[in-house]
Design a protein around this ligand. Structure first.
Ligand SMILES: Nc1ncnc2c1ncn2[C@@H]1O[C@H](COP(=O)(O)OP(=O)(O)OP(=O)(O)O)[C@@H](O)[C@H]1O
Ligand SMILES: [Mg+2]
Length: 255
């Protein structure tokens, strides 16, 4: 059974159909890439999948449950986490604290009781710090635990966002352009991190323009163009799909 089922989802903004009757499935344990030229509707589709936008038509089901109409925080509690195209970190907090914020969303000790220092919350706090350190190690950030987010280089900030999303305990994670602005070394570190996250039991959907990364990490690729799905399949087939090449070049290819 698919972990995420997207069925004929349409999202319009006035006269513009940003996502046009798009369907695909994401299976447990896979890394699925969502690609397409600028304005293809990738981020809008992510917003629909995580309930930041309501679809005009169509269904979204996670593990058999409909996500349409739910509040974003309910979707996080169900086990779906995401990152955004623009980095969103708590800049003044350390890397460790940023991950702790994610962990608190599923901890028995809420932020309020933690702030009140109730006795058992101290034990809980120690457990959470250990879990936060485990996640930082998973992303290769253990040496930067005490560094304020604002002082981390860009590549590490993107990894920290993933660590924080992971802290909410997702089964499915959606990443919007995690490699944007990264150099080659940082992109390779990201690829390795994505494999470790997947091996840790998290299914991934990744929107990405870096084709090297997409081809390396994805099991399957969905291609959007002007809101419509124009292709779906494994990297080796997508790479030579004429409709995909045409969408990227903006004109038919001669052979
Ligand atoms: N809130 C909105 N109101 C009106 N139009 C929007 C809104 N959000 C997105 N759009 C439009 O919908 C289309 C799809 O945008 P979207 O951001 O989903 O594309 P994208 O595939 O993520 O592009 P990029 O690769 O540049 O991030 C674009 O034409 C965009 O201008
Ligand atoms: Mg986008």
């Amino acid at each position: 059974m698919s972990l995420l089922a997207v069925h004929e989802v349409t999202k319009r903004f006035g006269g513009l159909t940003a996502v046009d009757s798009v369907s695909f499935d994401v299976h447990e344990g896979e890394i699925k890439a969502l690609i397409g030229p600028n304005g293809a509707g990738k981020s809008t589709l992510f917003n629909v999948l995580t309930a930041y936008e309501r679809p005009d038509e169509g269904r979204v089901e996670f593990d058999g449950k409909s996500l349409v109409g739910m509040k974003p925080h309910r979707i996080v509690a169900l086990g779906v986490a995401r990152t955004f195209q623009n980095t969103q970190l708590f800049e003044a907090m350390t890397a460790l604290e940023n991950v702790l914020v994610g962990l608190h969303t599923r901890s028995r000790a809420g932020l309020l009781s933690a702030a009140l220092y109730l006795p058992w919350t101290l034990i809980e706090e120690k457990r959470l710090r250990e879990e936060a350190m485990r996640l930082l190690r998973l992303l290769g950030l253990e040496d930067h635990a005490e560094t304020p987010a604002a002082d981390l280089p860009h590549g590490l900030r993107r990894l920290l966002e993933i660590a924080r999303a992971l802290a909410t305990g997702p089964r499915l994670m959606l990443l919007d352009e995690p490699a944007a602005g990264l150099n080659t070394t940082e992109t390779q570190a990201l690829a390795n991190a994505l494999f470790r996250v997947r091996d840790n039991g998290v299914t991934l959907v990744v929107v990405e323009h870096d084709m090297g990364l997409v081809m390396e990490v994805s099991d399957e690729i969905v291609v959007l163009n002007e809101g419509r799905k124009i292709a779906e399949g494994p990297p080796r087939l997508i790479q030579k799909d004429p409709a995909v090449i045409e969408a990227y070049l903006g004109e038919p290819v001669d052979d």
